[in-house]
Design a protein around this ligand. Structure first.
Ligand code: SF4
Length: 279
């Protein structure tokens, strides 16, 4: 299961107002391009925006809330934050931020922390059981709020790390879709930030001084496969500047006829594409 976006503190220092404004515009443009290209939002949608308290979900909510005011289609947003009962959790600043934004919202209190500690076996990562529990609670909230979509704050680097993890540890060529339907068919999950760079999101979060809520669970673990994938990406970026954007382009430029998956090859052959000039 793909974990929900990670929580985390941002350590960046705020930038000048001009630089911050340019960065915000760039993030907004990138998000809107993804929304348009993958048709993530349609007329009448009611979208639950999952706000973990990390830099990505704060940005997603703020940019979507702003976009809603000028959008050519009518859609509703409901922000939902889950207090997981982690020791030392203090959600007061987050609650005040949601109130100041004037976005409809709910803060759900469920002690998933104790359950995750019980469920995670020795050396297992906390994120997988934690994400499963959080996802279930978010689905219930979406149902309660009559939402047909859930927006998650995964970004470009999450998609690339997932690609590496599947490629290197699972023997599978798989990243993250911008939208998909849940197994039970009830909701569509959308990822508006999927083409935004994590560095940009961290800088933006610092500029906006979002009240970040750190995760005490996965922060206590080290040597995770996801961390290793992130290290590999950073190493590659030192050698090949802009490699993350190049890899993102590759995810949008697939040659199914040149892979070895029989099902994919058959589907590709059966499609209108046939394989003309692609080499
Ligand atoms: S352990 Fe922390 S980072 Fe991992 S999924 Fe749970 S809340 Fe998110």
């Amino acid at each position: 299961m793909i974990p929900l976006p990670l929580l985390g503190e941002t350590t960046e220092a705020p930038e000048s107002p001009e630089t911050a404004s340019r960065l915000r515009d760039r993030l907004s443009r990138t998000m809107l391009k993804t929304v348009g290209e993958y048709q993530l939002i349609k007329e009448g949608d009611r979208i639950l925006v999952a706000v973990s308290g990390g830099k990505d979900s704060y940005t997603m909510l703020e940019l979507l809330w702003e976009a809603r005011k000028k959008a050519p289609v009518d859609f509703e947003l409901v922000a939902v934050h889950l207090d997981q009962g982690q020791p030392g959790y203090d959600g007061r600043a987050l609650a005040a931020w949601l109130k100041a934004l004037e976005v409809p919202h709910e803060i759900v209190h469920e002690d998933t922390y104790s359950i995750v500690l019980e469920q995670a076996r020795d050396n297992a990562t906390y994120c997988a059981p934690c994400s499963r529990l959080r996802r279930g609670i978010l689905y219930s909230s979406a149902e309660r709020h009559r939402c047909n979509k859930l927006a998650l704050g995964h970004h470009r680097d999450d998609a690339l790390e997932t690609l590496f993890m599947n490629l290197l540890y699972a023997g599978r060529l798989q990243a993250m879709p911008a939208r998909y339907r849940t197994n039970d068919g009830r909701f569509e999950v959308i990822r508006p930030l999927l083409e935004c760079a994590e560095d940009d999101l961290a800088r933006h979060a610092a500029n906006e001084r979002y009240p970040i809520i750190p995760c005490n669970l996965c922060g206590a673990q080290s040597g995770l496969k996801r961390d290793r994938a992130a290290e590999l990406l950073a190493t590659l970026e030192r050698e090949i500047p802009n490699v993350r954007n190049i890899m993102l382009s590759a995810l949008k430029n697939v040659r199914p006829s040149h892979l070895l998956d029989v099902e994919v090859a058959e589907a590709w052959e059966a499609s209108a594409h046939k394989y003309p000039a692609r080499k």
